[in-house]
Design a protein around this ligand. Structure first.
Ligand SMILES: NC(=O)c1ccc[n+]([C@@H]2O[C@H](COP(=O)([O-])OP(=O)(O)OC[C@H]3O[C@@H](n4cnc5c(N)ncnc54)[C@H](OP(=O)(O)O)[C@@H]3O)[C@@H](O)[C@H]2O)c1
Length: 316
C-alpha cells in the first residue's frame, strides 16, 4: 500500500481508503454487521489506514460499526467522519450546519465511534440555510477544543470552498470521481491542486458498476440506489457493456480486476490523494485494496481515456 500526505495536514493516508456507506444499509441491499466488521479489520490488515464514515450512513449504524471494529487498533487508523446531515424519527434527512447542531453532532459521533478525537471532520453537504461563516467558525472552535484534528468538506463548489477557507483551514475535499463521473476535472480538481487541498474521491467504482458485475457477469442489480443508474437503462446498457469489456481486457493484461483498474485510474489522477472504496465483505475489501498496487503507465492511462471517451460519445 502507498500513502500520501493529505493536503497541508500531517495525515498520511493510504491511496485506497475504506468507505462505509454500504455498511449502514438503508440505501443499499441489507449488509451483515459481522461481515462489515470483518471487512474493516481485513482492510486495516491489508494496509488501509483511512476509514471514511458518516452519521447519516444508517443513522449512526456505520459509525458504531467502525467504533467496534477498531477497538485496540486506534493507532492504526485515520478516522474521517462527517457532519451536517440530521434526521428525524421518521428517518427524513435534512441539511443542518447550524452551530447548535454541530456542537451536538460532534459529541454524538465521538460517542458512537468510541474515540476521544476524530482525525478528519468533513462537512457532508453544503447547507443553503446556514451562512458558511457560522459553520466554519464553529468547526474551528471544535478543532481548537481538541475533539477534531483537521477539517474537510464534501460536495462543495469552488466558491463554497473559497468562502469556507476565510474562517478555517480546509485540508481536503470529498467529491465523486470515477471513470464514469468526471465532472470535477473542470473546476474542483484544478482548484484543489492549486491550493494543496487533498482529494478523497468517492464512488470510484461508480457504486459497483465499474466492477463489471452487472453488465458483464449477469449479476442482477439489487433493488437499491443503483436501480435507476443510467448505465443500466436500455439506452446505455450495451455501450456500457462494450466499454467495460474493453477495460476488463486491459485489466487482465495488467493482471488485475476491472474494479481495481478503475480505482487505480482514479488514484493515478494528479491531485487525487486517495480513492474511497465501499466494501460489504472481506472478499470485496481484499480485492479493492489491490488497486493500491496497480501501476498504470502514461500509455495505459491514455488507452483507458480513449475507451471512456468513446463510451461518452456513444451514450450522448
Ligand atoms: N461524501 C459523500 O457525499 C459520499 C457519497 C457517496 C460515497 N461516499 C463515500 O465513498 C465511499 C465509496 O463510495 P460508494 O460506496 O458509493 O461506491 P463505490 O466504492 O464505487 O462502490 C461500492 C459498492 O460496490 C460494490 N463493490 C465494492 N467492491 C466490490 C468488488 N470488489 N466486487 C464487486 N462489487 C464490489 C459493493 O456493493 P454491492 O455489494 O451491494 O454491489 C460496494 O458497496 C462510501 O462508502 C462513502 O464512504 C461519500
Amino acid at each position: 500500500m502507498k500513502y500520501r500526505r493529505l493536503g497541508n495536514s500531517e495525515l498520511y493516508v493510504s491511496v485506497v481508503g475504506l468507505g462505509t456507506w454500504v455498511m449502514g444499509g438503508v440505501w443499499w441491499a441489507e449488509p451483515d454487521d459481522e461481515q462489515s466488521i470483518a471487512a474493516i479489520r481485513a482492510s486495516i490488515d491489508g494496509g488501509i489506514n483511512l476509514i471514511d464514515t458518516a452519521p447519516a450512513y444508517g443513522y449512526g449504524r456505520a459509525e458504531r460499526l467502525v467504533g467496534r471494529a477498531i477497538k485496540g487498533l486506534r493507532d492504526k487508523v485515520i478516522i474521517a467522519t462527517k457532519c451536517g446531515l440530521s434526521w428525524d424519527e421518521k428517518g427524513n434527512i435534512t441539511n443542518n450546519l447550524k452551530r447548535e447542531s454541530l456542537l451536538r453532532e460532534i459529541d454524538d459521533s465521538l460517542g458512537r465511534l468510541e474515540v476521544d478525537v476524530i482525525d478528519l471532520y468533513q462537512v457532508h453537504w453544503p447547507d443553503p440555510n446556514t451562512p458558511i461563516q457560522e459553520t466554519f467558525e464553529t468547526l474551528e472552535e471544535i478543532r481548537q477544543s481538541g475533539k477534531i484534528r483537521y477539517i474537510g468538506v464534501s460536495n462543495f463548489s469552488v466558491e463554497q470552498m473559497e468562502e469556507a477557507r476565510k474562517f478555517t483551514e480546509i485540508v481536503s475535499d470529498q467529491p465523486p470521481y470515477s471513470l464514469f463521473q468526471r465532472e470535477i476535472e473542470k473546476e474542483i480538481l484544478p482548484y484543489c491542486r492549486a491550493n494543496n487541498i487533498g482529494i478523497l474521491a468517492y464512488s470510484p467504482m461508480e457504486r459497483g458498476i465499474l466492477t463489471g458485475k452487472f453488465h458483464l457477469d449477469g449479476v442482477i442489480p439489487p433493488d437499491d440506489l443503483r436501480r435507476g443508474h443510467p448505465t443500466l437503462s436500455p439506452k446505455q446498457f450495451e455501450p456500457t457493456r462494450r466499454c467495460l469489456s474493453k477495460l476488463r481486457e486491459l485489466a487482465e493484461e495488467k493482471n488485475t480486476t476491472l474494479g481495481a483498474l478503475a480505482v487505480a485510474w482514479v488514484i493515478h489522477q494528479e491531485g487525487v490523494t486517495s480513492a474511497l472504496c465501499g466494501a460489504r465483505n472481506v472478499r470485496q475489501a481484499l480485492e479493492n485494496l489491490k488497486a493500491g498496487e496497480v501501476e498504470l503507465t502514461a500509455e495505459d492511462l491514455q488507452h483507458i481515456d480513449e475507451i471512456v471517451r468513446e463510451w461518452e460519445e456513444e451514450i450522448k
